[in-house]
Ligand binder design. Sequence first.
Ligand SMILES: Nc1nc2c(ncn2[C@@H]2O[C@H](COP(=O)(O)OP(=O)(O)OP(=O)(O)O)[C@@H](O)[C@H]2O)c(=O)[nH]1
Ligand SMILES: [Mg+2]
Length: 331
Amino acid sequence: MKKNERDGQALTSAMLEGDRVALARLITAVENRGSDTAAIMSRVYARCSDTFIIGITGPPGAGKSTITSCLVQHLRARDQSVGVVAIDPSSPFSGGSVLGDRIRMQDHFLDPEVFIRSLSTRGSHGGLARAGRDVARIFGAYGKDVVIIETVGVGQTELDIMEVADTVAVVLVPESGDTVQVMKAGLLEIADLFVVNKADREGAVRMKTELQTMLSLRAGSGGEDTWEVPVLLTEAHNGKGTEEILNGCLAHHERPGDEERSRNRGQRLREEVIEICTEELVRRLHERSDDAPLAPVLERVARGEQDPYAAALEIINNDVSLARVLSGGDE
Ligand SMILES: Nc1nc2c(ncn2[C@@H]2O[C@H](COP(=O)(O)OP(=O)(O)OP(=O)(O)O)[C@@H](O)[C@H]2O)c(=O)[nH]1
Ligand SMILES: [Mg+2]
């Protein structure tokens, strides 16, 4: 076992025993997508099954952090421990949002039952969706009753993170534009609950009606167990209506299981295995690009003696050299 893998296992053990410093370090390790990530997460996974993961998404500035903060407060009032994963898109559109989040979240900073972690898109090599999901599961394994993931719903990465959530609330505001945009952004498919926040502003009721119409037009299986997506009005800056969000999320989570749900879950897990393999394979290929048998092939391409396609096929189709690349050449 390599040194960092040993460290990873020691950290995981300490985290599972409730060590808060180990928790923070483990999250950093997973955020950096080190070589021991899959081994760490395999141990974590078995221990996070009882955690309820809520996803909060929606356009920039819709009030996601304000709502998250309210949910934390309601959960704490019910004696539930909470982990928050805030994805910081660090895009020019949402400059300063993290600072804003910090200020809103500071009420909870001294509460040992609340753990808040921001993940940034910087330096995560496209692994942000995976990192976000893994951190949510680590919080679960650490013993958090509920984990909330906040992410801006504007891109595939952001929506991918939501796959780990048991319940997804999509937050919109009257200014979000018409509902066609909601459909275009793929938010209709992932919403288990719609929240029209900033109901103190004009157009909130109209938006709610539009969403309800759109939901009723959507072809559903129509069975008895089919979940009816509620549309809630809130004024998160003064907490109004936010307890109903929590109640709605819990009702969704506790609804009777239906066939479609377990089918979706099975499909998601299949996809996830392939994703984890892909990440692991890419990492190993990069790590070992300076070693035989990869290096000579890459060199040939660099010198213009072979085209990149032929080289890639040569690497992949040669069982022996591929096995050596993937195992680190030490078998
Ligand atoms: N008028 C009004 N303002 C609100 C309401 N809820 C939140 N806000 C304000 O809207 C602004 C954005 O709120 P955030 O909670 O930071 O929104 P966000 O969706 O987390 O924003 P990003 O993370 O940057 O995408 C803040 O200034 C809030 O105080 C509301 O119900 N009514
Ligand atoms: Mg925010």
